[in-house]
Design a protein around this ligand. Structure first.
Ligand SMILES: Cc1cc2nc3c(=O)[nH]c(=O)nc-3n(C[C@H](O)[C@H](O)[C@H](O)COP(=O)(O)O)c2cc1C
Length: 221
């Protein structure tokens, strides 16, 4: 798959998972794509916990269901109606879950580039996740990112030490269907805006000239 194609067709998948086996070789390739990400000072702050155990997954799903209700209750009526139709996780239906963590002290002290911006460790971990997301797409495997929980509760279930940060909880499975739009767009929750709305030139709020803006508006992947 061409890189632009993978970027354009990457999806967050919750609704169309089959729990059909994913070969270990494929999981390994997706993880390796993550491991090839840039990392501040080559610190490789990530760990990947592959979770197949169904009881562990059920415990995590319980946490997510609670937070889903909390969020639902916080919504105004019109949003409640839309949210009811949206699936926010595929923890059980997917083939495996992967928790991605960040160790801020990996290969420290003297991590080149991290001294003044501590978050760079976390940024590195997130880059690994995007690599995994794109690699999965090219293997016709869906990934869903689940964040409806208190990370400390999930860490307890997975025995993650206090000093390690849980960055992402991912669900991974072969696809039964592919949709070319975000589920949030399909279900009228939120829209992708035109890139031109987010571009400034030289200084904050300074719009580029019309010529450049038109190029941006009309460019496609
Ligand atoms: C950091 C992060 C956390 C997310 N958490 C959730 C989540 O808890 N539940 C969910 O349904 N989607 C979650 N998503 C997926 C987004 O809703 C999704 O990326 C967005 O709607 C755009 O759709 P697309 O990824 O298919 O293009 C998360 C995405 C990111 C980057």
């Amino acid at each position: 798959m061409d890189i632009y194609d993978a970027i354009k067709k990457r999806r967050d998948v919750r609704s169309w998972f089959s729990n059909e086996k994913i070969p270990d070789e494929t999981i390994s390739k997706i993880l390796l794509a993550g491991h090839y990400a840039p990392s501040v000072g080559l610190s490789e702050p990530w760990n990947f916990i592959i979770i197949k155990d169904i009881n562990t997954r059920k415990k995590i799903k319980e946490l997510v269901d609670k937070k889903r209700s909390e969020f639902y209750n916080s919504l105004p009526e019109d949003k409640k109606e839309k949210f009811e139709k949206i699936k926010i996780e595929g923890i059980i239906e997917s083939y495996a879950n992967i928790a991605v963590t960040c160790d801020f002290n990996r290969k420290s002290p003297n991590i080149l580039g991290r001294t003044f911006i501590k978050e760079t460790s976390e940024y590195s971990t997130v880059l690994a996740i995007e690599n995994m997301w794109l690699a999965a797409r090219s293997e016709n495997i869906g990934i869903g990112w689940v964040s409806f929980f208190n990370p400390e509760d999930v860490k307890k279930i997975l025995n993650v030490p206090d000093e390690i940060k849980l960055v992402a909880y991912l669900t991974l499975g072969k696809l039964t269907e592919y949709h070319n739009k975000s589920e949030l767009e399909e279900k009228h929750w939120e829209k992708r805006h035109n890139l031109s709305e987010y571009i400034f030139m030289d200084k904050w709020n300074n719009k580029p000239d019309d010529n450049f803006m038109n190029i941006i508006k009309n460019s496609m992947l």
